[in-house]
Design a protein around this ligand. Structure first.
Ligand SMILES: O=C(CO)[C@H](O)[C@H](O)COP(=O)(O)O
Length: 222
């Protein structure tokens, strides 16, 4: 069963509580929060204050994706704000291993993410300690981008690496997942799909989620 983690990046943030609760009622698995600093990625979003606000309106796991340089500086703040999972980017820190260890010391699930241009081997030394391995299937920074087709082969190879080194680590794909690409990412071995514009787009989340799941049911694998 592929899990779905809607990214609030494309939601109507003036209705934050309603949209998060709508997603929860629709049956999504996690809420994904994209934290951007305008340095690591060319966009700015929000920090721990918003994570804390979301924490107060849902009991779903909060999956915080830090697209910020030197994420070590803020791990405690996001943990205190109520994040359940904290994912840092391999490219954004000199010390990805130290950052992952710190997330675990804080009692949270630790994730490592890589960009589309980063070799998959970046995961290898850290995989045995990861709870989540997040593969970007768009260049990070914006919702609503097109899925990069080379992500599929990378997912397949990462799945094999994961199965060998740490089967308990969840494989997360992020970017451009929609009705046209969800089959591909599921068949390539993803455990969790982050989806922004396919789930938060002005139409009811339940309808959007159903449409994605129908593609998977048709395979007999949803
Ligand atoms: O990390 C992200 C962008 O950096 C977003 O989570 C991702 O792009 C989801 O949005 P969409 O499903 O619309 O592509």
């Amino acid at each position: 069963m592929l899990k779905f983690a809607p990214s609030i990046l494309t939601a109507d943030l003036a209705r934050l509580k309603e949209v998060v609760q709508e997603a929860e009622a629709a049956g999504v698995d996690w809420i994904h929060l994209d934290v951007m600093d305008g340095v690591f990625v060319p966009n700015l979003t929000f920090g721990p204050i918003l994570v804390e606000a979301v924490r107060r309106v849902t009991s779903l796991p909060l999956d915080v994706h830090l697209m910020i340089v030197n994420p070590e500086r803020y791990l405690e703040d996001f943990a205190r704000a109520g994040a359940d999972h904290i994912t840092v980017h391999f490219e954004a820190t000199y010390h990805p291993h130290r950052a992952v260890q710190r997330v675990k010391e804080l009692g949270k699930k630790a994730g490592l993410a890589i960009n589309p241009g980063t070799p998959l081997e970046a995961f290898e030394p850290l995989l045995p300690e990861l709870d989540l391995a997040l593969l970007m299937s768009v260049n990070p920074g914006f919702g609503g981008q097109k899925y990069i087709p080379t992500a599929t082969g990378r997912l397949q190879r990462l799945r094999a690496m994961r199965d060998q080194l740490n089967p308990a680590c969840l494989l997360v794909v992020d970017g451009g997942v929609n009705r046209d690409t969800v089959r591909e990412v599921y068949q390539a071995g993803a455990d969790v799909a982050v989806a922004g514009s396919a789930l938060f787009n002005g139409r009811p989340v339940a309808e959007n989620l159903k449409a994605l799941k129908e593609v998977l049911y048709a395979l007999g694998g949803g």
